[in-house]
Design a protein around this ligand. Structure first.
Ligand code: FES
Ligand SMILES: [Fe+2]
Length: 456
């Protein structure tokens, strides 16, 4: 979000400067400071219309140069809203109406628990400058994520235990504490303890806000969730190339998906869908009604995939090994063969590691964070070798995004089948379900079924 707004503000500044200069140039018929230089003379003698044309051409050129600069060197940022992708809006309905109807009408199936135990991304590090607080919805809760003056990121329940004000809405960071906007109580970030009540003589021992276990690495702030409040059973590995600055940030995408969280990682073990859903070239787009159109048939992706869980002590990890080949008019282009290792760490984080002979090395981190029981926020963030032109990782991220959005259209509209009708070739799906079940425990929250409120 921040990168997006940074881009916007750069654009706005350029526009304001451009408009200011253009106005001065157009209106300036006589310059009192002009000592009579030739250039100014010609400008003064030029008509208002011609001046306006020159200014427009200059403005457009500046805009094109800015656009090219962003294209070549800026990060790729694609933020999709909850109804932007994967719904069919026909018969004059808006996308939002189509999405709402699908969400209300869909059969959910017999769902596994909705919030598996594990680490989840809440924000990217650059979204939270020192001294700022952000409101985030995660795992059905509202949390306040703030960065103390000590540079540490802290995550606490958003609602103040005093009278329930939201600490993230108007709250102020004081040292390593967050101050409530309502009566000024201050809570420490590292343990949630209230350290100051401005109008009380004594702070009671029990005055505390719930504090979430968090960590910050790979440019992301993560929280640990366990339904019984148990301590983390594993840590998220740090990607050394990111920590050392050898791989740099080149962009991110964000999607909201209406599905159970398990549907998303299960895709890795669903080998058969690759040949069907992901084979049409990326130029065929994301709308599954048209991806098999004859126009783009000459471009095909071929996939060879294997999925396997890792063993102790990394049984919370699994790996998908992908070999991708591109064919154009049936001809294989070996230079574009790509091997990817997609290593899943717990229910919410996947590292897609690229290693290519001349396109370089890098990682896309796919982070799935449940917002509500059936609403997942999925972020893809790419870090890539700093000496490779940014266009390369941006293209990789865009290609990944197109393929991913085809899955989104399936997920947004499907039902979860607890006892799927599988053939032998689908066996990895069952293995994946067994592997994933380790993240549920007896008290893992389940979807509370609500009465159907639809009026027909
Ligand atoms: S509600 Fe937070 S200090 Fe009163
Ligand atoms: Fe897929």
């Amino acid at each position: 979000m921040r990168i997006y707004s940074e881009n916007m503000s750069t654009g706005k500044v350029a526009l304001i400067i451009g408009l200011g200069v253009a106005t001065i140039l157009i209106l300036q018929s006589e310059d009192p400071l002009d000592s009579g230089g030739n250039g100014y003379q010609i400008w003064r003698e030029t008509g208002l219309l011609a001046r306006a044309v020159v200014c427009i051409i200059t403005g457009v050129s500046l805009f094109v140069v800015g656009w090219l600069h962003r294209l070549l060197f800026g990060p790729l940022v694609l933020l999709r809203g909850a109804d932007d992708v994967g719904y069919i809006a026909e018969d004059g309905r808006s996308r939002a109406q189509a999405a709402n109807e699908v969400r209300r009408r869909r059969k959910t199936g017999e769902l596994p628990p909705v919030y598996p135990n594990g680490w989840y991304r809440v924000l990217d590090s650059h979204m939270l400058p020192r001294g700022e607080v952000k409101s985030v919805s995660v795992l059905g809760e509202q949390v306040a994520v703030f960065r103390g003056q000590d540079g540490e990121a802290y995550v606490v329940d958003a609602y103040c235990p005093h009278l329930g004000a939201n600490l993230a809405v108007g709250g102020r960071v004081v040292g390593s504490c967050i101050e409530c906007p309502f009566h000024g109580w201050q809570f420490r970030g590292n343990d949630g303890k209230c350290v100051r009540i401005p109008y009380a003589e004594k702070v009671p021992e029990f005055a505390k806000v719930r504090c979430w276990r968090s960590c910050e690495l790979n440019g992301q702030i993560m929280v640990w969730f366990h339904c019984d409040g148990e301590d983390p059973q594993w840590i998220v590995p740090e990607q050394q190339e990111i920590a050392k600055g050898e791989w740099v940030y080149r962009g991110r995408t964000e999607h909201f998906i209406n599905a159970h969280i398990e549907e998303i990682p299960e895709n890795a073990a669903d080998i058969a869908h690759l040949a069907h859903l992901h084979t049409p070239g990326i130029v065929s787009g994301v709308d599954l009604r048209y991806t098999n159109s004859k126009t783009w048939e000459f471009l095909r992706h071929d996939w060879k995939v294997q999925w396997k869980p890792e063993s102790e002590p990394n049984k919370h990890c699994s790996q998908m090994l992908v070999k991708h080949a591109l064919t154009v008019f049936g001809c294989h282009w070996p230079l574009l063969d790509v091997r990817v290792v997609a290593r899943q760490v717990g229910p919410g984080v996947v590292f897609l590691l690229f290693d290519h002979s001349f396109l370089g090395r890098g990682v896309i981190m796919q982070c799935v964070t449940p917002v509500e029981p059936l609403l997942q926020c999925v972020a893809h963030t790419i870090f890539y070798q700093s000496n490779i032109p940014p266009l390369v990782p941006k293209f990789i991220l865009k290609a990944e995004c197109i393929q991913f959005e085809r899955d989104v259209m399936i997920w947004n509209n499907k039902k979860y089948i607890s006892k799927p009708l599988l053939v032998k070739e689908d066996s990895a799906i069952q293995k994946h379900r067994r592997w994933f079940s380790q993240f549920y425990s007896e008290n893992s929250p389940r979807l509370q079924h609500q009465r159907d409120t639809l009026d027909f």
